[in-house]
Design a protein around this ligand. Sequence first.
Ligand code: ADP
Length: 496
Amino acid sequence: MAEGTDATKAADAEPLRTRLWIGGAWCDARAGGTFESTNPATGKTLAEVAEAGPEDVDCAVEAARTAFADDRWRRMDPQERSRLLWKLSELVESHADELARLETRDNGKPYFEARRVDLPSVVRTLRYYAGLADKVQGDVIPVQGPFLNYALREPLGVVGAIIPWNFPLSMAAWKVAPALACGNTVVLKPAEQTPLTALRFGELAAQAGFPAGVLNVVPGFGETAGAALVRHAGVDAISFTGSTAVGRRVMREASATLKPVSLELGGKSPNVVFADADLKQAVRGASMGVFYGKGEVCAAGSRILVEDSVHDDFVAGLAARAKQMPAGDPMDPKTRLGAVVSEAQLDRVMGYIEAGRREGARLEAGGDRVTVNGQGNFVNATVFSGVEPAMSIAREEIFGPVAAVIPFRDVDDAIAKANDSCYGLAAGVWTRDVGKAHRMAAAIDAGTVWVNTYNQYAPASPFGGCKESGFGRDLGFRTALEKYTRVKSVWVALDG
Ligand code: ADP
């Protein structure tokens, strides 16, 4: 397995060796650097990954520029672009077991989630944007005088996509599919913790028939490869998902070349449970909202606001559910709580659990670092009650399976507490009162509000945030057109 990342051949005892995917071919990093990607469930090296440095980013941008500048991609019959995206969706689907295994080994998420949620979402995203490829159209605009004025929608050029480690292949698809559908070419920088499925994705795109250089994949570190992509004068736009701290840097760095950026950043999303909710459903939804994906989900409903009169019953229910989902071997199909992505991340999560205790919150469930089969980075599903809005576990993004339960009095108090955050990514509301549900949906500062459900996503539904959760939207139809194309106004004299 010298080149690709075919996980069917990968045993943990025998690390993979990967190279960079540039211009439709595997190549070594110019500086010859490599880094390790480990399996967080075992602590063992999963892959020796060729490390892209700035010179490799140059090379990938060059390949993407060439593929954009000649007519092989943007002037391709749009239905042919559409066919290629659909073909890629079929290849992803037929390799879903392999890709899900690779994702699970790299990220630590349960195989159940990777196979049943991530992979189908990648396939659906590719298919949705296959349908966009031949619908990128402009407008005819009425103007004064003897003129025809029309607005063309043109691709931006080379899009730099920088993605995090929590949903590696889904995030790749969220950015790559709409960017390519609109006629752009892409340089994708996966997160250093989880580069493997993105590399395989690049290879499958070539197998589907995408021209060389249309999609390039350069695993590397943020401060080198990521920053080089953001600064590069040959990159026309940056689509970024990651932390708020790095999002700020990306925006600052992008200002030198005035390239547009879209930033999908952190969150501390409120999940608001009213006394008139179906409490059993609310407990189940809140548990899934905060523990799904080990809580390594930017939209995780990690601030659970509960109306006073049902608070104690709710906390008892949530703690009971947390205790019923022990951390387990991610490859075991029964496991619902996998391994934390890295030791560093586990230290961070444990630091917050410690802070919760120190600041006086009550630990109702979990709170322990554990191992599975004597190894790996795991933490139990953790519930704190008695959380004050000023505590760090109520304010800061933990990115781990840690729920902070905060009581509230009435609708106004719920709105005030829900919005008492620098973030504005997502929110949940649990109530049987339809008027209250809509009032809350309107009042909460968030890019997404879920009513009597949580963590629903679809390619057609735009996703992104406000406040320090960033701006710009992934997914959606018009939002994708706006993000990955620009408008050119053309005036034609009709009397000349
Ligand atoms: P997380 O907290 O999820 O690890 P980060 O914001 O640190 O999120 O990382 C998200 C992505 O941003 C990763 O691909 C990472 O390599 C990249 N990244 C980190 N620092 C920078 C930077 N200075 N410039 C560009 N990309 C960066």
